[in-house]
Design a protein around this ligand. Sequence first.
Ligand code: MF3
Ligand code: CO
Ligand code: CO
Length: 265
Amino acid sequence: MRRSLKDLLLNEDQRNQMRKAGRFNAQLLDFLRPHVKAGMTTEAIDKLCHDYTRDHGHIPAPLNYHGFPKSCCTSVNEVICHGIPDSYRLKDGDIVNVDITSIVDGWFGDQSETFLIGEVSDEARKVTQCAFDSLYKAIHAISPGSMITEIGHAIVDEANQYGFGVVREYVGHGLGTEFHQEPSIPHYPDPRFNRVSLEPGICFTIEPMINIGRYQGIVDPLDNWTVRTIDGKLSAQFEHTLLMTENGPEILTTTEHGPKFGHQF
Ligand code: MF3
Ligand code: CO
Ligand code: CO
């Protein structure tokens, strides 16, 4: 029997645990941000992520998750998600999504940001802007009791203004004491979620992946992780962990640094 979403609603103590995990994860991203630049290898970013997390007594959730070999995901250019940090050196014109997840006292924080490396093409900037704005449109579209599909409507509306594709195969997810739990959070209006509502106490991610071209992806058969756009065109993503409160959604993975609502890339 499917666990009811009711069992996933957090009390005030549990909410504070999630706030703490989200804040730590956001501080980790603040620490990484200045290092995500031309000349850095993605595995150097991974090492910084791993060591910072460990030095603070926490656990990088991706490491060994279903066999994932590194502590964060670095998805460059046409990589939609789950890129494995390696010896690739970031260069001017690249876009790279860094997706980090920490376990703090058993509770998870999960977020990602797409970075523009040096001067990038108009297209690269646009797809990054679209992914960022669509995340905030989705956050602003929901309130206590909203249906999960309102998230997808907001994201697809934004992507449609550019003619960009919204990835369907990978979705946001509930988050708490597990990495991926219910509910699923599709970034398009999947009718199966028409009547699933977001009640105060639920924690979840929104993490739209936006493609310049077709929305379909293909998993690299050599590593079984890296997901690339089927047409080789660029893809961008942003992710936050959210807590639905009685007063609306609270972004848990944020500090006073980093791009905020309205940011122009
Ligand atoms: N952080 C990703 C997410 O947002 C999941 C990465 S799973 C990994 O859900 F194994 F690739 F790390
Ligand atoms: Co996530
Ligand atoms: Co993530």
